[in-house]
Design a protein around this ligand. Sequence first.
Ligand code: HEM
Length: 485
Amino acid sequence: MSKPTLTTESGAPVADNQNSATAGVGGPIILQDQHLLEKLARFNRERIPERVVHARGSGAYGYFEVTDDVTGFTRADFLGTVGKRTELFIRFSTVADSLGGADAVRDPRGFALKFYTEEGNYDLVGNNTPVFFIKDPIKFPDFIHSQKRDPFTGKQEADNVWDFWAHAPEATHQVTWLMGDRGIPASYRHMNGYGSHTYQWTNAEGEAFFVKYHFKTNQGVRSLSADQGADLVGKDANSHQTDLLQSIERGVYPSWTLYVQVMPAAEAANYRFNPFDLTKVWPHSDYPLQRVGRMVLDRNPDNVFAEVEQSAFSPNNFVPGIGPSPDKMLQGRLFAYADAHRYRLGVNHTQLAVNAPKATTVNNYGRDGLMASNGYDRQAKNYEPNSYAGPVQTDQPLSAPLAVSGYVGTHEAPAHTKDDDFFQAGELYRLMSEDEKKRLVENIAGGLSQVSRDDVIEKNLAHFHAADQDYGKRVEARVRELRED
Ligand code: HEM
């Protein structure tokens, strides 16, 4: 078998890849050994900053196929025709741990999608949970600090985790979800995905709707108990990666069915709770699930670093017919992601193959910067307006305008009749079977009983009491029992 010649980065043939060049036999290494210097220097630069959250993840390519007509709600072209397929890339992730952390842990999972549409890339950056811990982005850095490693001990600390939640009653719903049976998915294939936020869709007539996305796994939801998770972490810390990779390699392609809940825009103002509050779900009895299509994952990336580590998703990558709602959390995220990418990957991260549009071309006046590799015609102007053939704006807003009123200031959310932080946590608890309730109480008490401050424990107990009397009573009894042991 003839093999290609080994070369330096500049393409010159390498004579010896086993022995460094020395001054005489047994002498010191000489500076002119370009191959050695380049090899060591490049190795030192292999790591880039990891994602500040969701550092550990797995990716796959696939497609989305429209199965149902939703043109009454959105003019998004990739959703416009039944049967239409759009290529996509997904990155699943855990949230709290750093790169190298284990997969089968109790943590939300990221569900980040990039649809390579003919109208540009559409990113839907969701989780496997329909709600979130907080509802204002100003709390996000504090929240994440409390969940990741403590700056002194270098470990995740129950004290910090529960101290934050003690001060965030709005987290009770998501905490109930996370500590329940779905808190440790068996694999990425066996969990649902949610857009979580409310988004805005606009149809061809300019009518606006608010929507929530639900991707239901066709593999069935499967989860692990705390003990099963711990066992699996010991056997294969990369269990989710192993499962996804092997399933696709074997030709067993995982799929999800996409449904949306659709609220006519005019109903938002008088809905009984704030429909843009990320800590709440919309009951299906108010807004039933409507099927849109299915997502199939059928190709593994060839190179994890190039395609998964360097993938970059931003909730502000919209396409015509889809836009943001006034959800404050979403608004904060519209800034945070592209900013993170500019730091983590550089200003030209959108030119990397996994991030660049595949079904359309980029045409703008953004130029240069570190690692610029996109070529422009030599006659192309780099300013606009111009008298030449450069690209021009469409004068067509991507989505319908959002009505606003009032004064600039730091406001709490608009008041709706039923905005309290606890009722949906209580509803979720009451939906659980007796066995599920037992496991939920055990998981919460196991963590909360490790907290060193009584006042932090009491504040958290008050949240569970406020959600449901029985829930509060049982968590409290179990925490007291465990602390007496
Ligand atoms: C990743 C910020 C809330 C889902 C990230 C990253 C940042 C960030 C900076 C790292 C991006 C990168 O380096 O590529 C925020 C802020 C939030 C917020 C400021 C609240 C204001 C949420 C919510 C969800 C979510 C509510 C889900 C509904 C994700 C996912 C990733 C991620 C899935 C990983 C994306 C990937 O796979 O590359 N977030 N986040 N985040 N976030 Fe958030």
